[in-house]
Ligand binder design. Structure first.
Ligand SMILES: [Zn+2]
Length: 239
């Protein structure tokens, strides 16, 4: 199994530190070098690989600083070589990549950006979604159509219910308010919203979250069609 540590970076981003049983160390979306280097130092770890989900600065800006201290390959979306300059390993859905002793599956999830990917670790049941899926939300459609994003979300919906979702941002509390406007009578959503409030009041993260919970509470996953998804995304953009 892979052990995951959350490293808060910037205002509300998370970088994730992965430790496999064989001692392999990975990072997902190091948006800022300082806090990540501090965590590595404290744990006396060296990264073996840096994964990136998409090209936005708040997910990749820590890479040069990390590579200045630690030599390791950077693995990210195959189509983003001009926008993520440090990549050594190009990932697509056919990639056979391993981390520790585990296979890593890549989901191509365009919508938020053209080249966005999610990283799935089937054995440990972990999914790193970047800005494609948030708890109770999804990424804005900067470079894709609602149809593309809806198709991308279908790939996530198809994963096992117990999959733990690790998102790129701590947006859950604000997202809960929007979901409650759309589905005020959803009891699972009401319960999750209260739990989220309590966690945030204590300064604790609301992630990871099981996919099952998201399927019961996230109105974007529950849209049922690309058309309804498009309506909800437009409504959220205006709110
Ligand atoms: Zn982004």
């Amino acid at each position: 199994m892979i052990n995951v540590t959350l490293i808060p970076v910037h205002k509300d981003n998370y970088c994730y530190l992965l430790e496999a049983e064989d001692g392999s160390v990975g990072l997902v979306d190091p948006g800022e070098a300082g806090p990540v280097i501090a965590t590595l130092k404290e744990k006396k770890l060296q990264p073996d690989v840096i994964f990136v989900t998409h090209h936005h600065w708040d997910h990749i800006d820590g890479i040069p600083g990390l590579l200045g201290r630690h030599s390791c390959p950077v693995a990210g979306p195959f189509s983003e070589t001009t926008r993520i300059l440090q990549m050594d390993i190009l990932l697509d859905e056919d990639s056979a990549f391993e981390f520790g002793d585990e296979a890593v599956r890549v989901l191509e999830t365009p919508g938020h950006t053209r080249g966005a990917i999610c990283l799935y670790f089937p054995e440990s049941g972990l999914l790193f979604t970047g800005d494609t899926l948030f708890s109770l939300g999804c990424g804005r459609l900067f470079e894709g159509t609602p149809e593309q994003m809806w198709n991308s979300l279908q790939k996530i919906i198809a994963l096992p219910d117990e999959t733990l979702i690790y998102c790129g941002h701590e947006y859950t509390q604000a997202n809960a308010e929007f979901c409650l406007r759309v589905e005020p009578d959803n009891q699972a959503l009401q319960k999750r919203s209260e739990a989220v409030k309590a966690l945030r009041a204590k300064g604790q993260p609301t992630l990871p979250v099981p996919l099952k919970t998201e399927k019961e509470t996230n109105v974007f996953l529950r849209a049922g069609s690309a058309e309804r998804f498009a309506e909800l995304r437009a409504l959220k953009d205006r709110s």
